[in-house]
Design a protein around this ligand. Structure first.
Ligand SMILES: [Zn+2]
Length: 279
């Protein structure tokens, strides 16, 4: 059994604000405007934290590989929104040719449509991770039940198809709310975000995408790219396919070592964030 879930300090503080607002209003009814103001401010802070993908305020969040991985010059390529039969097989070939392993955050609903392709990702040495079942744009507005059902369904689908349980979860566009952390804790998943992204579902300019991903690339980086929902180049090619060969070349030139997220975090206690909290 995993360690008990411990709320992030912001969540504990928010619970305290709610309690104080209720008790304060009961004790001094005329204080209600203050109580409402405190609650509004608190909710704005919580919503802001959820719309900031790299925040730690709502709970643990892997943004960058840990120091031990940096020492080994590791980086992690993460490829989201697939599997896509028009793109993923060619991505797999490019990765194979470079001898590189990546983490694919697959959408459960899409994986159900292409189970063989999803299985092939794992058979070729990569990891399949959990990007939710529906990939809803409203994910960050979900309540705890809807959030759990969506993530649990993808976890079951991806585990059944590949024979491997995903170890990481990534929210749609990285957006979330305070209900996510306890759900992930219960499912034994770790939240993963990124250090480098190029908005390559909207930006089809390979030079710009490469510039954003490769120019600042350094040990410890987690790179976000898309095989599913990939923007097209002016020539009609999925932008990842235009960019990946040169990105892999940059990785070689800088003597960086691409690993899966699981490999890059091998020295971290599991689950990452609850290591400080013994039951
Ligand atoms: Zn996505």
């Amino acid at each position: 059994m995993a360690a008990r879930w411990t709320p992030a300090p912001l969540l504990s503080a928010s619970a305290a604000v709610h309690g104080a607002a209720v008790l304060g209003t009961l004790a001094v009814p005329a204080a209600w405007p203050w109580a409402v103001g405190a609650l509004v401010a608190n909710h704005a802070l919580l919503a802001g934290a959820g719309l900031w993908p790299s925040s730690h305020l709502l709970g643990p969040n892997l943004i960058r590989l840990p120091e031990a991985a940096v020492q080994r010059r590791e980086i992690a390529l993460t490829i989201d929104d697939g599997p896509d039969p028009a793109v993923t097989p060619r991505v797999l070939d490019l990765l194979d040719a470079a001898g590189v392993q990546a983490s694919f955050f697959c959408i459960g609903r899409i994986a159900e449509q292409h189970p063989a392709l999803c299985r092939e990702i794992v058979q070729r040495g990569h990891r399949v991770e959990n990007h939710g079942h529906a990939h809803s744009n409203a994910f960050s507005l979900f309540g705890p039940g809807a959030m759990r059902r969506d993530i649990q369904r993808a976890q079951a689908t991806l585990s059944d198809i590949t024979g491997q349980a995903p170890a990481f979860f990534r929210a749609t566009a990285g957006l979330r709310n305070p209900f996510l952390d306890p759900v992930l804790h219960r499912l034994g998943l770790r939240l993963a975000t990124w250090t480098r992204r190029a908005y390559d579902t909207r930006n089809g300019n390979p030079e710009r995408v490469l510039q954003r991903l490769a120019a600042p690339l350094a040990a410890g980086d987690i790179v976000l790219a898309h095989d599913g929902h990939a923007a097209r180049t002016p020539a009609g090619e999925p932008v990842l396919l235009a960019v990946l060969p040169r990105l892999l070349q940059t990785i070689r030139e800088r003597q960086l070592r691409p690993v899966t997220l699981l490999q890059g975090t091998i020295d971290m206690p599991f689950p990452v964030a609850h290591s400080d909290h013994r039951p």
